[in-house]
Design a protein around this ligand. Structure first.
Ligand SMILES: [Zn+2]
Length: 412
């Protein structure tokens, strides 16, 4: 079996999809369930049908394009990603995994390959949190990470509920039916741009992801006592910003001293109230993002942060309240799929780098119900989520080729 990816066709399809956008080229904006997103979905469905795949859609709009194997009732081999794009994004994030997956399936069909296990291209709904404030909406529902009730209660920026929005987009059906059974996929592989600089820097054309890090985020509110910057003497102060400063440094230190380079913690927002030059800060709001590839280690950091909140509160006589916004579990990629990807690279004499995905993807959630792995291609300067996001044609085609080879191995 010799596999060839039609690189020109793949690139022209990436351009065609990029043209379905609410931003001026080269920027791409495609928010879930907008008229533009619906146009893109229809365009993509037609491409899948043209390729001989059977297309179905679930109640949240996750789209499955299936090539039945000779054992159609057996678990399927899945691949795919997302096509939604944040405002002013580029044209490769997600799209490379969807159209690259389609190109891989086409090349398998053209080679005369016949899968035993069905091969399915899966296009996830709303990987980006832009509209409903939560990322990976489709894969959270598929994996049972988000309950249908919680999903129904989500609202968009205009106050419309998810149910209203999806029905307007022509999606009926019952959200209860979206979750897939644990044995639905035998394996799931997602092709994606790296969104980081490592592959390009090291001149390695492919990355095989071994772990996906996951974030936990907190909002912390500190409340002390305000007052005139001249009038209140130091022994009497309960300065919320000074307390926050201690906390911020403790958070940094908790990550630095975790014992692993994969632990990262960031305080990205520090809002000071009232924020005047001659006024003692009475309130501070912090946002904290903690990530790791190891759940226990990340949770240790979270506990340290909680302990520090209590200690700082006591020491400085300020109230400190923390609210956990989310805490997804990191995922390990399946050794069997990592091996299949590695074998495919060796077969084509392509160098690869085992690596950690520090951004999270739909595969993080699919890992709850299926063995997963990811394949990364380089992107220029590591840029993503911006109009100058770029992946080289050869890199995209190479990724699709290794994906095709791996799908063949996993579905035989
Ligand atoms: Zn993505």
């Amino acid at each position: 079996m010799t596999l060839t990816i039609d690189q020109d066709r793949l690139l022209s399809e990436i351009d065609a999809l990029a043209a379905l956008s609410d931003a001026e080229a080269p920027a791409v904006t495609r928010i879930v369930f907008t008229p533009t997103d619906l146009k893109a979905r229809a365009w993509l469905k037609a491409r899948c049908q043209e390729a001989g795949l059977t297309v179905r859609q679930d109640a949240i709009g996750n789209t499955f394009a299936r090539w039945d194997g000779s054992d159609p009732n057996a678990a399927a081999v899945g691949t795919g990603s997302h096509i939604d794009a944040i405002p002013n994004a580029g044209k490769y994030d997600g799209v490379v995994g969807v159209l690259g997956g389609l190109a891989a399936i086409r090349s398998l069909r053209q080679s005369g390959f016949r899968p035993k296990y069905s091969i399915e291209l899966l296009i996830f709904t709303a990987e980006e949190p832009t509209r409903f404030g939560i990322g990976c909406l489709g894969s959270r529902l598929l994996s049972g990470t988000l309950s249908p009730d919680a999903a129904r209660n989500l609202t968009d920026n205009d106050g419309a509920t998810l149910d209203e929005v999806r029905r307007k987009a022509g999606l009926g059906g019952d959200l209860e039916q979206v979750q897939l059974s644990n044995g639905y996929y035998k394996a799931f592989v997602e092709l994606h741009i790296e969104q980081g600089p490592i592959l390009e820097k090291q001149h390695i054309p492919l990355g095989i992801v071994t772990k996906i890090a996951a974030p936990a985020s907190l909002r912390i509110l500190l409340e002390g006592s305000g007052g005139h910057a001249g009038g209140v003497l130091m022994p009497d102060r309960r300065d919320a910003l000074c307390a926050a400063a201690e906390l911020i440094l403790a958070i940094e230190n908790a990550a630095r001293s975790s014992g692993a380079i994969d632990t990262v913690a960031t305080v990205g927002i520090c809002e000071v109230f009232p924020g005047a030059v001659n006024s003692i800060p009475s309130k501070v709001r912090l946002s904290v993002d903690v990530r790791d590839t190891d759940l226990q280690r990340r949770d240790n950091v979270m506990r340290t942060i909680e302990d520090t909140c209590r200690a700082v509160s006591e020491k400085r006589q300020v109230t400190v309240k923390s609210e956990l916004l989310n805490a997804d579990a990191p995922a390990d990629c399946a050794p069997a799929i990592i091996e299949a990807l590695s074998q495919s690279c060796r077969k084509h004499d392509i160098q690869f780098l085992p690596m950690v995905s520090r951004a999270y993807h739909d595969s993080l959630f699919m890992a709850r119900i299926a063995p997963i792995a990811m394949l990364f291609i380089p992107c220029r300067n590591g840029y993503s989520h911006r109009p100058d996001e770029y992946a080289a044609p050869e890199d995209i085609a190479r990724g699709a080729l290794i994906l095709a080879e791996t799908l063949a191995a996993l579905s035989s």
